[in-house]
Structure formats: structure tokens, C-alpha cells
Design a protein around this ligand. Structure first.
Ligand SMILES: [Fe+2]
Length: 446
């Protein structure tokens, strides 16, 4: 075993432990009576996820990677995978009686022992094994954990306040005043690089490979994300009642679910309020509007504009007037707390434009942080895509034309996921995610 790998082991063990502690803190914020509740009907109950994280680690590293036995075959199967069904009717029935929290936690502790032993002692970067080569299985587990911490946050966001335990020392939300006036900036025609070449980054999910280059015609893009102030104008102008602004799927969703406003908004005695993670507060006008893709698209159409494509997002975020492309909107420095609202900074947004040190070369703000950004690009593989051996179904199951790419990061996105090639994706009518948007005009679709 070489020295470099033995040094890596310590970082991997620390990364795993840090993730497990973060998960514990998240699950500890749920009152016991809500443990088996399902705050989002299309997702599993909360207890599933407390078993899923350690089960995934054992299944991926210990069983699939090292070919060793796990802890408990039955539980590793029960907690194997989350779900993304189209509607409630197609939701799997799941287990009728879940194990108790004590059983789930003791399974988690046993799983952790196996995983930590593997991280410390096993040949976890065995180059002859495609699941392990380059530390693939371990990185898969670490990023899988981080991503679930975010999905848990938006699931818990929906729990009634009396079913959550408020953490002590919570900072007050930054409300801000009036948002800055809407402005857009012209991005000249140029090339954008998407994805990454194999070996270019220490780890990436299969959908990030290979690296591709796209020609992007000139377009105008909003400097700031669309705010609650902007979106309220759309709502008050009857945007939710104007069928011409919606595509068929969005219009049907709006009718079936009685959608009259963004999910994070609530009307109380005639006043719009923001349903935050911990508090209901008067709607902060300078915060980005967190909405579904369907709502974002309707707003853009109302403005005579559209959502950016994935390539346009890259051009606006990482391109420069000199033609060089950057690793991050602000340059090549790694992401930190001065560049944007991410890395578990809070569960709610901050006013748009709060991070001048995160601005792109074109002057576009908040491209990374304060909410994922919807694009108009359906989630699809780059030419040359191959499923990853450590988690072959990760992306491939979602190349169905029914999901759209999101870029950037939310306040609850781990900073290790803040990389240029990272792609997120959701259904256009899934309103729970921490996602904002901006609009563009020009280019081939105008
Ligand atoms: Fe998962």
C-alpha cells in the first residue's frame, strides 16, 4: 500500500464520519412521533432514509466492491433504494411495518463498523476491480450521503413545525429589503464545456462524463435570479390562470393539485408568508422564488423569455470574455462560504446578490448557491456515457425525457458537490426541491 493511499484513508474515514454525524443531527431534528411519517407523499417515510444511508454504504463498498458479506441481508434489501414514481398510484407499497428506530440505528452502527474497517484496512482502490478502481465505490458512498442530506432537508421542510426539534443557536434569517431592479446582461456567442474528461476530476458521477463542448449563440440572461417580488407580479397578473403560459404537463399538474402559488408560499389573512424550515415569516421579497420547473417556465413565457439551456448556464457561469473557461463562476479558487449560499449554510435562502465574491466573469450573480437553477435541458447522457460500475442505475434510470437538468447549488448542497460538471435533475412538476431560476432571451430557441 503506498503512502498516498494511506493518507487518503484518513481523509476518507474522516469524510465518512463527518457525513454520518451530519445525518444523525438531521434525524435528531424529527420528533419520534413523526419518524414513520411521509412528509412528501411520493418519497419513502423518514425511517427509510436512516436505514438507507448505511445500507447503501455496505451494499456498495463491502458487498458489491469487496465481495464480502454485509450485516443483515433483509435490511440491506429493505433499505436498498429510494424511489421516484410518477404518481402516488404507481408508488411501491413498501414494507407494512418498518423496523423500530432502535433496530435501524443498531443496523447503522454495525454497517458503519464494517465500512470503517474497509476504509482503514481493505484494498478499497483495487485497480483490477472496476467497482473499486480509483476509490470509486468509496467516493460514490461519500457523495451519496451528502446528496441525501440535502434531500432530507427538503423532505423535513414539509413536516409540521410541531413535529420538528428546532436546533439551538439557529441564526435569524437574512430577510433583506427590496430586491435590486431586474437587469440582464448580454453573453456573446462562444463555446461552453460541459462534463469532464475521465481522470480530470477525482470523482464524478457517470452522467458527468465525458467532456463535451457546445457552441452557444449569443443570449441575454438575468443578472439575478427571479425573486419573490417578481414572481408575485406573475401571480397577481393571473399567471396561474393563463393556460397559454403553461405546457400540457404543467397545466395538468396545476389543475390536478390545485396549484395556485409556489409551494414555499402560504397566504395567511391576506398576507403572503414564506414557509421556512423553522419559521413562517412574511414573504421576503428579495429572496429567490423557489418554484417548480413548470412554474419557472410559465413565468419565463409571461416575460417573453425562456429558461436557459444547460449549455447557456455553463457559458454564463464559467465562460469569460477572454475565451478561457473557469472551474467556478468566480475563478478557479475552491468553493467557500464567501462565494455563495451553500454547504449547509441554512435551509432557507438569502437575498439575491448577497455574494459579490461569487459573481461570474459576465457579472451574473448567484449562479452557484441560494437554490439550484432550473434549465430547459432534459436530463440525458452525454455522447459516450457509460453507467458507473459502483452504482449503474444512478443516472440511467432517469434518461426518460421526463426530468430536467438543474445546475449550481442550494443552501443545503455540500461544497464537495460544487463543481462545474455536477448535474442534478428533477421532474418539472416536483415542487419540493430548493430550486430557483433565471430567464434568458436570444439563442436558437427564441
Ligand atoms: Fe439513495
Amino acid at each position: 500500500m503506498d503512502t498516498a493511499l494511506s493518507l487518503d484513508r484518513e481523509a476518507l474515514v474522516n469524510g465518512y464520519l463527518r457525513n454520518r454525524e451530519r445525518a444523525d443531527r438531521i434525524f435528531d431534528s424529527v420528533r419520534p412521533e413523526a419518524y414513520e411519517s411521509r412528509p412528501i407523499p411520493l418519497r419513502n417515510p423518514i425511517c427509510f432514509y436512516e436505514g438507507h444511508l448505511p445500507a447503501f454504504a455496505v451494499n456498495t463498498i463491502v458487498k458489491r466492491g469487496l465481495g464480502r458479506p454485509g450485516v443483515d441481508e433483509k435490511l440491506e434489501t429493505l433499505f436498498e433504494r429510494g424511489i421516484d414514481p410518477e404518481d402516488e398510484k404507481s408508488r411501491p407499497k413498501g414494507a407494512s411495518a418498518w423496523p423500530s428506530r432502535i433496530e435501524i440505528r443498531s443496523f447503522g452502527a454495525a454497517a458503519d463498523r464494517l465500512v470503517l474497517d474497509a476504509l482503514a484496512n481493505a484494498d478499497i482502490a483495487d485497480e483490477s476491480n472496476p467497482v473499486l478502481a480509483g476509490g470509486l465505490a468509496v467516493h460514490t458512498v461519500l457523495e451519496h450521503d451528502s446528496m441525501h442530506h440535502e434531500t432530507l432537508a427538503y423532505i423535513f421542510h414539509r413536516l409540521p413545525y410541531d413535529q420538528k426539534i428546532r436546533p439551538s443557536g439557529l441564526a435569524s434569517p437574512r430577510i433583506g429589503g427590496e430586491p435590486p431592479p431586474r437587469r440582464s446582461v448580454r453573453i456573446p456567442a462562444g463555446r461552453a464545456t460541459l462534463g469532464a474528461a475521465p481522470g480530470e476530476i477525482p470523482f464524478g458521477w457517470d452522467n458527468e462524463f465525458p467532456r463535451i463542448s457546445a457552441d452557444v449563440p449569443a443570449f441575454d440572461i438575468d443578472v439575478d435570479s427571479v425573486t419573490n417580488r417578481d414572481f408575485r407580479e406573475f401571480l397577481e397578473a393571473g399567471g396561474y390562470d393563463d393556460e397559454s403560459l403553461w405546457d400540457d404537463e404543467g397545466w395538468a399538474w396545476r389543475a390536478e393539485h390545485g396549484v395556485r402559488h409556489p409551494l414555499f408560499w402560504e397566504l395567511h389573512r391576506g398576507t403572503w408568508m414564506w414557509r421556512g424550515m423553522w419559521d413562517l415569516i412574511p414573504l421576503p421579497m428579495a429572496w429567490p422564488a423557489w418554484v417548480s420547473h413548470a412554474e419557472a417556465s410559465a413565468f419565463a413565457r409571461w416575460k417573453g423569455r425562456r429558461l436557459p439551456t444547460e449549455a447557456e448556464f455553463h457559458r454564463a457561469a464559467y465562460g469569460t470574455p477572454e475565451g478561457i473557461e473557469r472551474e467556478q463562476p468566480w475563478g478557479d479558487a475552491p468553493p467557500d462560504a464567501t462565494r455563495g449560499h451553500f454547504d449547509f449554510a441554512a435551509a432557507d435562502p438569502v437575498p439575491v446578490g448577497s455574494y459579490p465574491r461569487g459573481t461570474s466573469a459576465w457579472g451574473v450573480r448567484d449562479l452557484v448557491g441560494n437554490g439550484w437553477e432550473w434549465t430547459s435541458t432534459p436530463f440525458a447522457p452525454f455522447p459516450g456515457f457509460a453507467p458507473m460500475p459502483s452504482y449503474p442505475e444512478y443516472s440511467a434510470d432517469f434518461f426518460d425525457g421526463k426530468h430536467y437538468v438543474m445546475k449550481g447549488a442550494s443552501p443545503m448542497t455540500a461544497k464537495e458537490l460544487v463543481r462545474r460538471s455536477f448535474r442534478n435533475w428533477f421532474r418539472p412538476t416536483y415542487p419540493y426541491v430548493y430550486a430557483k431560476f433565471r430567464t434568458v432571451r436570444g439563442g436558437p430557441l427564441a
